[in-house]
Design a protein around this ligand. Structure first.
Ligand SMILES: [Zn+2]
Length: 128
């Protein structure tokens, strides 16, 4: 069962649904579009937060209520679609210093690396 299906029956209007996390889709010219609705989101690049992140590392997941990441955001849906930039491994070698990768379960049930600021994870992480 996907994360969206789990949430669709929530029926609570006082709680914003947690964001859906998806890998970027691109136009042939390289611009980024939302994989759900196709809207161009290149200009939304920033540091969105993912509430209740579904981290692959359960211990780490218990320490993190919100994961700050780097990427794009589509706000056309009842939930935010967060689209993290591609991240190459734990040291996020394709990004600037100060970012590291954590493994996150995306909405398609695929685990991918997503970047987060190293300072966000200074909570005694053992496997660093
Ligand atoms: Zn969208």
């Amino acid at each position: 069962m996907s994360r969206r299906e789990q949430r669709s029956g929530l029926g609570r209007f006082d709680v914003m649904p947690a964001p859906v996390v998806r890998a970027p889709a691109r136009n042939p010219d390289g611009s980024v579009i939302c994989p759900e609705c196709g809207q161009a989101v290149t200009g939304s690049k920033g540091t969105p937060r993912i509430r209740d992140p579904d981290l692959d590392n359960r211990e780490l997941g218990e320490q993190i209520d919100e994961l700050l990441t780097y990427g794009w955001l589509c706000t056309r849906h009842e939930y935010d679609v967060v689209i993290p930039v591609e991240c190459q491994g734990r040291d996020a070698s394709n990004l600037q210093d100060g970012w590291i990768g954590v493994r996150l379960v995306f909405a398609d049930d695929t685990v991918r690396w997503v970047p987060t600021p190293r300072r966000e994870l200074q909570t005694g992480q053992a496997d660093d």
